[in-house]
Design a protein around this ligand. Structure first.
Ligand code: NAD
Length: 501
């Protein structure tokens, strides 16, 4: 992609046309009651747009539109190869609009525009393409019944999917749900996070331009307690695909239990451990450990927030982490020289500073720990490293979702594994060692959906992503993501072979 300067990004930002209405039945419409809410640019605290505040009546309209589309087969009964063509066109349109989509996410939630333009937006195109290309290569099954019976095991779309996503990767989290849900023939009602609604609205428009029939994808922007809850409780939604915090994930299970027992797939929080053994390449481990916690301001579900280091190399690693952290000072997210942006909101920066205050009581602060004001916004927080917190300290146990690393030490492999697993979460883990036996042995024992060895956050369209324990269940990405959006249906035909013979 063309590299833009800060001034060029700013000029493009000034020219953006922000979509600020709900997207229902292939049209941009206001909320039924006309209400709106402000979405704020955390880099300067200014209101970007007043966006339609969807609530229960709007969710009803969107679900009804999705249901009509599903039942009349305009998408659900299209041949997989035809759905593939539409989604490939969408991938191409996303590629053509990378700068715009990147800017929307950067302005809305503070991520570096360079990351959004080189990782998030191209990633979205890639994930749509990957799922589209996979969908006409999957075969159904015939059960081994014997003569006189033909039992087909079909994989069928579920119907109407409610996708509820967070603000940390607005375009990509929406894509992770939409690509497999749409490829398998479902209709979707997407509820983006209230902090970052803009890219989802543009994506819906691009999907329509790509040829996705009206009603197949609807976007209801609004608050979690309004639009989100209405979707979670809706009697005509077949499944919820949720990414967000663990407490809200549990609410969706309650909503389902109290309504129509819809399926609920959860990708929730994390407190991922990164284990460094003494034989590791410490420079590489430190580079990746810093990326693992400071990338995207640490607002990453699988952030490597706990660095567990063998005591014999703890001091060397701690020194390296301080040096690496220094390179991640926050700055203007539209400046290609910046390494971190602001946190998503002032409130979230308050919460992160609360964790840092607790950390100062329970551990030794190695670097960072301060809040910074830039361009009139105090949502920026320095990259922060603590060492020596007890296993029960808040900074060790709770998801901070900010640029705060906690280093702990261990003496034995067994202790390392025990510390790593001593958490309610189980999303990701990393292991650094040159000893293959140890790498595999430790990987076997870690409770995590993904274990990265000699890297962090290994992730691709080809491999499933998701959690164990209270990091959720179900998997995004890969062929396995189709499981969430389809049901197995048996069609048994008895054809009387005995009579004919
Ligand atoms: P959140 O749980 O506050 O919000 C996520 C979504 O749920 C938003 O759309 C929000 O509007 C909606 N919501 C909030 N309250 C609701 C309610 N009472 N009823 C219905 N819907 C409601 O999470 P967040 O702050 O947007 O995102 C951060 C969280 O997301 C972190 O915990 C992070 O670990 C998690 N996350 C997980 C993954 C993963 O794949 N496991 C990926 C990214 C983020």
């Amino acid at each position: 992609m063309t590299q833009f300067t800060r001034d060029e990004w700013k000029a493009q930002a000034a020219r953006l046309r922000l979509r600020d209405l709900l997207w229902i039945d292939g049209k941009a419409v206001p909320a039924a009651d006309g209400r709106r809410f402000a979405t704020v640019n955390p880099a300067n605290g200014q209101v970007l747009a007043e966006v339609a505040r969807g609530a229960a009546a709007d969710v009803d309209r969107a679900v009804a539109s999705a249901r009509r589309a599903f039942e009349d087969g305009r998408w659900s009964r299209k041949a997989p190869a035809d759905r593939k063509e539409v989604l490939l066109r969408l991938a191409a349109l996303i590629r053509q609009n990378v700068p715009e989509l990147a800017l929307l996410d950067s302005l809305d939630m503070g991520k570096l525009v360079t990351d959004a333009a080189t990782i998030d937006a191209p990633g979205s195109a890639h994930f749509f393409q990957w799922h589209a290309e996979a969908i006409d290569k999957l075969y159904d099954e015939i059960a081994p019944t014997g003569a006189g019976n033909l039992a087909m095991i079909r994989r069928v779309p579920l119907g109407v999917i409610g996708a509820v996503v967070p603000w940390n990767f607005p375009l990509d989290m929406a894509t992770w749900k939409l690509a497999p849900a749409l490829a398998t023939g479902n209709s979707v009602v997407l509820k983006p996070a209230e902090q970052s609604p803009l890219s989802a609205l543009r994506l819906a428009e691009l999907a329509s331009e790509a040829g996705l029939p009206d009603g197949v994808l609807n976007v209801v922007t609004g608050y979690g307690e309004e639009a989100g809850e209405a979707l979670g409780r809706h009697p005509d939604v077949d499944a919820i695909a949720f990414t967000g915090s663990t407490p809200v994930g549990k609410l969706f299970q309650t909503y389902a239990g109290q309504s129509n027992m819809k399926q609920v797939w959860l990708e929730t929080g994390g407190k991922s451990p990164n284990l460094v053994f003494p034989d590791a390449d410490l420079d590489a481990a430190a580079d990746k450990a810093a990326f693992g916690i400071f990338f995207n301001q640490g607002e990453v579900c699988s952030a490597n927030s706990r660095l567990l280091v063998h005591e014999s190399v703890a001091e060397e690693m701690a020194l390296r982490m301080v040096t690496r952290a220094a390179a991640y000072q926050p700055g203007d997210p539209l400046d290609p020289a910046s390494r971190m942006g602001p946190l998503v909101t002032r409130d979230h920066a308050d919460a992160v500073m609360g964790f840092i205050a607790a950390g100062r009581q329970s551990a030794r602060l190695l670097c960072g720990g301060e809040r910074i004001t830039l361009d009139g916004s105090d949502a920026y927080v320095q990259p922060t490293v603590f060492i020596g917190a007890a296993p029960d300290a808040r900074i060790v146990r709770e998801e901070i979702f900010g640029p705060v690393l906690s280093i702990q030490t261990f003496a034995t492999e067994a202790e390392a594994v025990a510390l790593a697993n001593d958490t309610p979460y189980g999303l990701a883990a990393s292991v650094w060692t040159r000893d293959l036996d140890r790498a595999l042995r430790v990987s076997d024992r870690l409770h995590a959906g993904t274990v990265s060895v000699n890297t962090v956050d290994a992730l691709s369209a080809m491999t499933p992503f998701g959690g164990m324990k209270q990091s959720g269940h179900g998997r995004d990405l890969s062929i396995h993501s189709f499981d969430k959006y389809t049901a197995l249906k048996t069609v048994w035909v008895s054809y009387g072979s005995a009579a004919a013979s």
